[in-house]
Ligand binder design. Structure first.
Ligand SMILES: Nc1nc2c(ncn2[C@@H]2O[C@H](COP(=O)(O)OP(=O)(O)OP(=O)(O)O)[C@@H](O)[C@H]2O)c(=O)[nH]1
Ligand SMILES: [Mg+2]
Length: 401
């Protein structure tokens, strides 16, 4: 027996697929409670158990006709349109059976983003808060989580409302836009590429920074072929670290391909750790590659590796040529890694620390809307007036009908 047409009720699974102690589903829509009453029985096959109080948990069974699907805790959630939450056992088979039964009652299954915009509306969240809720499951570090929670609580939305109410002005918008953005750094990890001549120890350093033997390293130059990317946390800041094939002139067809991949990676890099073998004299070709990378990538950190080798520390020409910015490390002995991490963090994060609770832009959409506001504020008053309402509506969004 289905609910019939014209009464949209959507269902979503909130727990990730796979094995787990519990599975959580929600059903949202005008007839959500009716759907629940069709599939839920209190213990001992009794009725659901009287009127529902929002927020009250009830224990019972989910039934498909006479068949018990699972034991579950259910709850009617406050808000409009109504929603119910079902907490059942975890595991793919349990969830699949319950979904099949809900679908038979006319529930349309949706993915979490679609459900989120419905739920955000039920809970009175604006579009920025909704975007924060969407980003929270993907937060990669404590710092990222705290920034997103603050925006979910309304830090950036409050700023936009203050702007609409004239309590802050163009200068504050410009400051927010001009500041390097913590939100973006934390939510879209920067790419740091390990590049340099073959055999300098790029892969060894990659493994060290990852704290695992992720890629192979070997004495012979030309070991790495594919670029390998892995995400690491550098002092709380997520970074995508990429190991690449060493750069050199070669006739070897496979190595040539590998170097083309390195060059492509360099073109996408936000930061390059250019690794030199400190035990060797500084080669002109290597220096030429280094300079060309410096000309093309926003930030480059010269890294002198193999400082443990006899003679490496005594070599001064590398340091003199590369300047004060070099970081000396030994991937083998594990020395200099703290200083390197510090330099990487400093290179990819804004110069100021993130102020807990402060408004932060964390999506391109927010940045471009605020940029539009900044430009519009320079237009004649009548044009600005016309545009500002549009921009605020776009920033904070509207509830779906
Ligand atoms: N003594 C010493 N040896 C190192 C150090 N780092 C790497 N090596 C050695 O240098 C050799 C090359 O290391 P890799 O990490 O494979 O070098 P790579 O730069 O990735 O080389 P390609 O992939 O060929 O470009 C290996 O034998 C490493 O054990 C170091 O800090 N000190
Ligand atoms: Mg390598």
């Amino acid at each position: 027996m289905g609910m019939g047409p014209g009464k949209p009720v959507v269902g979503v699974v909130l727990t990730p697929p796979g094995e787990g102690g519990i599975g959580v589903l929600q059903v949202v829509g005008t007839d959500a409670v009716k759907v629940l009453e069709l599939v839920f029985r209190g213990k001992s096959d009794g009725p659901p158990g009287g009127p529902w109080t929002p927020g009250e948990l009830r224990l019972g069974r989910l039934m498909d006709g006479k068949d018990v699907l699972d034991e579950a805790m259910v709850c009617v959630l406050p808000g409009d349109p109504p929603a119910v939450e079902i907490q059942c056992h975890g595991g793919q088979e349990t969830i699949r059976r319950i979904l099949r039964c809900l679908e038979a009652q006319g529930v349309k299954l949706v993915k979490p983003p679609e459900w989120l915009s419905l739920s955000a509306c039920r809970m009175g969240l604006d579009r920025i808060q909704c975007e924060a809720a969407e980003a929270i499951p993907w937060a990669r570090s404590e710092l990222a989580l705290s920034l997103l929670l603050a925006q979910h609580e309304g830090a950036l939305s409050g700023f936009v409302r203050d702007l609409a109410g004239g309590r802050v002005g163009k200068a504050e918008v410009e400051a927010l836009l001009r500041r390097p953005r913590w939100g973006e750094v934390l939510c879209c990890p920067r790419r740091a590429v390990l590049a340099g001549p073959p055999n300098a120890g790029k892969s060894s350093l990659f493994n060290r920074l990852l704290k695992e033997d992720r890629v192979i390293t070997a004495e012979s130059p030309g070991t790495t072929r594919d670029a390998i990317a892995e995400e690491v946390l550098v002092r709380g800041v997520p970074v995508v670290l990429v190991d690449t094939a060493g750069l050199r002139e070669t006739e070897h067809p496979v190595e040539k391909l590998a170097i083309e991949v390195s060059v492509r990676e360099l073109a996408q890099a936000d930061l390059v750790l250019f690794v030199f073998d400190a035990s060797l004299p500084l080669d002109e070709a290597v220096l030429g590659n280094y300079r060309s990378v410096c000309g093309r990538v926003p930030q480059v950190i010269p890294v002198l590796n193999k400082m443990d080798l006899a003679g490496a520390a005594a070599r001064s020409e590398g340091k003199a040529l590369l300047g004060q910015r070099v970081v000396e490390v030994s991937a083998l002995a594990g020395t200099g890694l703290d200083a390197l991490a510090e330099r990487v963090r400093a290179a990819i994060t804004p110069p100021h620390e993130y102020e807990p609770g402060a408004p932060a832009i964390f999506t391109d959409r927010q940045a471009s809307s605020l940029e539009r506001y900044r430009v519009a504020s320079g237009l004649p008053a009548a044009d600005f007036e016309r545009l500002r309402g549009e921009i605020f509506a776009e920033l904070l969004g509207r509830c779906p009908d």
